[in-house]
Design a protein around this ligand. Structure first.
Ligand code: FAD
Ligand code: NAI
Length: 466
């Protein structure tokens, strides 16, 4: 057993952990990052954000080549080579995870391979195939992330009944795939396999998709995705999934009337949410306060035990990579004597379907419920010249601003490059800006961002192109 002395040992090398490690090292803290999966980058780089975006991109190109190239005067038939597509995705992941390893080395962070646990404050025990070691440290940061929430009674095998991890590596395109849960994973990975030729049915417990999103934007999303071929069964719960040979027999029940339906499909994706992952850390024994498995922290990310901090998916808040990164930076800046800060009111959320769905701030429903008087400005991409030239005219920009001060309170975009367009709104909102500020800012022509400007003009009923 060997010993070392660190200022900070981080358990978990995902976007929360590795970014915190780099920032801590920049601030002069002697830092180690412990990761058990064998590669850095966490869920996000290995089995989350990045492989899903690689497949979303590839499958979008396939649909373009199949269905849209001809209208541009580009002719010829294309066929799918799934193995190559999956291989490309794996290479993207491999390059990115190695990139993170390089960054840790460059910043002189010790990357310790193995599974960490906390026998007591000030010590991290790391177990790997090479043996065990104790890392002595002033502070410990837990960044162990999350895992897929299981659906009781339905066992996943990552081949026929899969979580998002299995859905990133299916060996062939299913004829019929059922996605349980019309959330972010269901819509993104459902889109991938639907574009590649599967019939995709999304079964959702609630009577709407993407719960929590601005309702009008959610309805538009359902309409556009429906046009692309995704079928939705809303207000339904799956009660059983039985494997029968190479098929899965699904039994579901309508939530209101209890009417039972059966479906025989090839693949089932269970995507009903994610839960904090803290197994094996020894937190119960240490007395770290948790609520339903989620580590409880104060405003400086400190747990109920001195010297132990936590960030990212394993603490409360949206389970997003950029939120985990912001947590990590704010936490270690505070540890280094600076003033770390995260504005949780303005964490953007993007669903990378086609078109993308991007939102920040309050929905119309939330403003109504809070009794806030607001103005709405909307602008459709069908009236934006660049979107028309691209043949991407589905969707709209919607801006909600305070009726008295005009301060922007929420922005909801469904349309081409919505995720990138949203950044302008997030920056304006971070500075407490108004719709008028966006409306009076010069936007280049012809640009998709002109739709954001026009929506801001529409708040004051003076949009030009509609
Ligand atoms: P994680 O990324 O989960 O990293 C935690 C790491 O800790 C893991 O590598 C794990 O192996 C390691 N670990 C756990 N316990 C131990 C231990 N005891 N010892 C050592 N190591 C340990 N978010 C977005 O913002 N945008 C997206 O487009 C997006 N797409 C997604 C797509 C999918 C399919 C999924 C599943 C998630 C997606 N997410 C996305 C969510 C995003 O992946 C997470 O919010 C993010 O990874 C959380 O970062 P984290 O550092 O908190 O945890
Ligand atoms: P989610 O919380 O987004 O959606 C889960 C959906 O399943 C909800 O609509 C819920 O009502 C429904 N549901 C719950 N129980 C059900 C049941 N028994 N039967 C039918 N439907 C049921 O969760 P998801 O899609 O699994 O994603 C997990 C998290 O991963 C997201 O919340 C997000 O934080 C992160 N993520 C982010 C992405 C992005 O930023 N682009 C992409 C993918 C994941």
């Amino acid at each position: 057993m060997s010993e070392a002395l660190y200022d900070l040992v981080i358990i978990g090398g995902g976007p929360g952990g590795y970014v915190a490690a780099i920032r801590a090292a920049q601030l002069g803290l002697k830092t180690a990052c412990v990761e058990g999966r064998g590669t850095l980058g966490g869920t996000c780089l290995n089995v989350g954000c990045m492989p899903s975006k690689a497949l979303l991109n590839s499958s979008e190109k396939f649909v373009d080549a199949q269905k849209h190239f001809a209208e541009h005067g580009i002719k010829g038939s294309v066929e799918l080579d799934l193995e190559t597509m999956l291989g490309r995705k794996d290479k993207v992941v491999d390059d990115l995870t190695k990139g993170v390893e390089f960054l840790l080395k460059k910043n002189k962070v010790d990357y310790i391979k193995g599974w960490g646990s906390i026998p007591k404050a000030g010590e991290v025990l790391v177990k790997s195939d090479d043996g065990e070691q104790i890392l002595k440290t002033k502070d410990i940061l837990i960044a162990t992330g999350s895992e897929s929430t299981p659906l009781p009674g339905i066992e996943t095998d990552e081949e026929q009944i899969v979580t998002s991890t299995g859905a990133l590596s299916l060996k062939k395109v299913p004829e019929h795939m059922v996605v349980i849960g019309a959330g972010v994973i269901g819509l993104e990975l459902g889109s991938v396999w639907s574009r590649l030729g599967a019939q995709v049915t999304v079964v959702e417990f609630l009577d709407k998709i993407l719960p929590g999103i601005d309702e009008e934007t959610g309805k538009l999303a359902k309409r556009v995705l429906g046009k692309q071929g995704l079928k939705f069964k809303l207000g339904m719960k799956v009660t059983a999934a039985d494997k029968v040979g190479d098929k899965v027999k699904l039994t579901m029940e309508s939530v209101k009337k209890g009417k039972v339906e059966e479906l025989e499909v090839d693949t089932v994706l269970v995507s009903i949410g994610r839960r904090a992952y803290t197994s094996g850390l020894g937190l119960e024994e240490l007395g770290v306060a948790m609520e339903r498995g989620v580590i409880q922290v104060d405003g400086n990310f400190k747990t109920s035990v001195d010297g132990i901090y936590a960030i990212g998916d394993c603490v409360p808040g949206p389970m997003l990579a950029h939120k985990a990164e912001e947590d990590g930076v704010a936490c270690v800046e505070t540890l280094a004597g600076q003033k770390g800060h995260v504005n949780y009111e303005l964490v953007p959320g993007v669903v990378y379907t086609h078109p993308e769905i991007a939102t920040v701030g309050k929905s119309e429903e939330a403003l109504k419920e809070a009794g806030v008087a607001y103005n709405v400005g909307k602008f459709p991409f069908s009236a934006n010249s660049r979107a028309r030239a691209m043949g991407e005219s589905d969707g709209q920009v919607k801006i909600l601003s305070d009726a008295t001060s005009d301060k922007v309170l929420g922005v909801h975009i469904i349309g081409p490059a919505a995720g990138e367009l949203l950044s302008e709104a997030v920056a304006v909102m971070e500075f407490g800006g108004s719709a008028e500020d966006i409306a009076r800012t010069c936007h280049s022509h012809p640009g998709l961002s002109e739709a954001v400007k026009e929506a801001a003009l529409a708040v004051d009923r003076r949009a030009i192109h509609i």
